[in-house]
Write a protein that binds this ligand. Structure first.
Ligand code: GDP
Length: 131
């Protein structure tokens, strides 16, 4: 996902260009907005965290881009491309270093395993109401 902060700031094009230049193939993509229920479902793993409310509010405040990417070793390579969760810790040249504002508003999401990539792809493209 390209998160609301990066969409608001007009970074969709630059981020997609970087994704393409890094060898990922975009196989599905849409601009959409998450409802409160969608965001709570998507980030359910974090529901006990103190920042959960802030995270849901942030993720629902404007449109996001949801995309499914294909590449050998995609999960690990995409996590490398986006950089650390906190942009202050992200390596030079990573998407979060270039476009993220803070640990919360950090421009992009990447799945953390093949299993979650499949779940999250289905969430966005097979119908969020089923989740
Ligand atoms: P990721 O896999 O790198 O996205 O990081 P996590 O799975 O740990 O966290 C999920 C998302 O929750 C992050 O991308 C941030 O948007 C948000 N988040 C993580 N830590 C914090 C925090 O301390 N404060 C706030 N407001 N949001 C956070």
């Amino acid at each position: 996902m390209i998160k609301p902060d990066a969409v608001e700031a007009g970074h969709i094009g630059a981020i997609l260009e970087k994704i393409n230049a890094s060898g990922f193939k975009i196989v599905a993509m849409k601009l959409t907005q998450l409802s409160q229920r969608d965001a709570e479902t998507f980030y359910a793993v974090h529901k006990e965290r103190p920042f959960f409310g802030e995270l849901v509010e942030f993720m629902t405040r404007g449109p996001i881009v949801a995309a499914v990417l294909e590449k050998e070793n995609a999960v690990e390579d995409f996590r490398t491309l986006i950089g650390a969760t906190n942009p202050a810790d992200a390596a030079e040249g990573t998407i979060r270093k270039m476009y993220a504002k803070s640990v919360g508003e950090n421009a992009v999401h990447g799945s953390d395993s093949d299993e979650n990539a499949e779940i999250e792809s289905n969430f966005h493209f097979a119908g969020r109401e089923q989740f």
